[in-house]
Ligand binder design. Structure first.
Ligand code: GRG
Length: 298
């Protein structure tokens, strides 16, 4: 199947899962739920849940069985959306445009936006931990919950964001940039792939291979993000282009230039694909997603 078709089919699966599991606005907290839903359904690429599904598809293509992953897909997107809402706040990156639309705080105000992020993060774990949402066996559910919690928190995304903030406008060695990228962006992407592997009862070799793929693909994703911030327009990105340089952020293009950064992204994608050798053709969707991450335009 063409990757374009695969992405659009899987986006539909993810969005259906989100519509099925995420609450509707309801008295007396309509505004809070509307504000979460505004950002959740603002048209993201859904790359983390799609990576999770593709990883699970290395073990089974049975649709009914894959439906057990719906709460996981929804949780990943809730956590990702919360991070974007908080990242856009005046105290963080202070952005007014996201996915081509006004950011959450611009529409709902800063206090509601903070609460939307808090609500989404908490809702992720409510949805994930509720046995009524899917027939995942309890041990699998707990293992997946742990991997995602660890990746979202201080030893992953939140820690990475803290490091990123602390290093704005200061010179630092390239090793620190790798650490920031690994945690801020890479950790949740890695956890998405690992959640699919846990669902598939991966053995140690399979889990290590998918983890290696997830690490490289997480890095590639952020390298391409750094690149697009320099080479694309605000219109193409749906968010402020050139913002990294404006904020004095050291990114891959600062260390390696545009061509050097493209090379680094290609290398990371190749390493990701190499890690999948043991899966033969079952890894084809993950390979195609790696190529998509390299070629993406927004
Ligand atoms: C806890 C107050 C508080 C804040 C936390 C954790 C955090 C703020 C921010 C996370 C850091 C972050 C936003 C990293 C950027 C990752 C990234 C490249 C996002 C863009 O992801 P895409 O391209 O977005 O998948 P779409 O729009 O497609 O969903």
């Amino acid at each position: 199947m063409e990757i374009k078709q695969y992405l659009s089919d899987h986006r539909v699966i993810v969005e259906n899962a989100m519509h099925q599991l995420f609450p509707e606005p309801e008295y007396p907290i309509e505004t809070h739920i509307k504000s979460m839903r505004y950002s959740l359904f603002a048209g993201g690429k859904r790359i983390r849940p799609i990576l999770c599904l593709a990883s699970a598809e290395c073990f089974t293509e049975d649709e009914q069985s894959l439906q057990s992953l719906y709460p996981v897909l929804c949780a990943l997107e809730c956590i990702h959306t919360y991070s974007l809402i908080h990242d856009d706040l005046p105290a963080m990156d202070d952005d007014e445009l996201r996915r081509g639309k006004p950011t959450n705080h611009v529409l709902f105000g800063e206090a509601e936006a903070i609460l939307a992020g808090d609500g989404l993060l908490t809702m992720a774990f409510e949805i994930l931990s509720d046995p009524a949402n899917s027939p995942l066996d309890p041990t699998t559910r707990l293992k997946i919950t742990h991997v995602i919690a660890r990746a979202a928190g201080s030893y992953g995304m939140v820690g990475g964001q803290s490091l990123d903030m602390a290093h704005e406008g200061v010179d630092f060695p390239f090793e620190m940039l790798k650490e920031i990228h690994k945690n801020k962006t890479g950790a949740l992407i890695l956890a998405s792939v690992q959640a699919g592997a846990i669902f598939g009862s991966a053995d140690t070799t399979q889990f290590s291979a998918l983890s290696l793929y997830g690490k490289h693909i997480g890095l590639a994703f952020q390298i391409v993000d750094d690149l697009l911030n320099v080479t694309s327009t605000t219109e193409q990105l749906g968010k402020a282009a050139g913002s990294d340089a404006e904020k004095g952020k050291a990114t891959y293009p600062v260390y390696f230039g545009i061509d050097g950064t493209r090379k680094k992204a290609r290398e990371a994608v190749e390493e990701a694909k190499d890690a999948l050798a043991i899966f033969n053709e079952k890894g084809n969707h993950l390979r195609a997603l790696a190529d998509y991450i390299l070629a993406r335009s927004h």
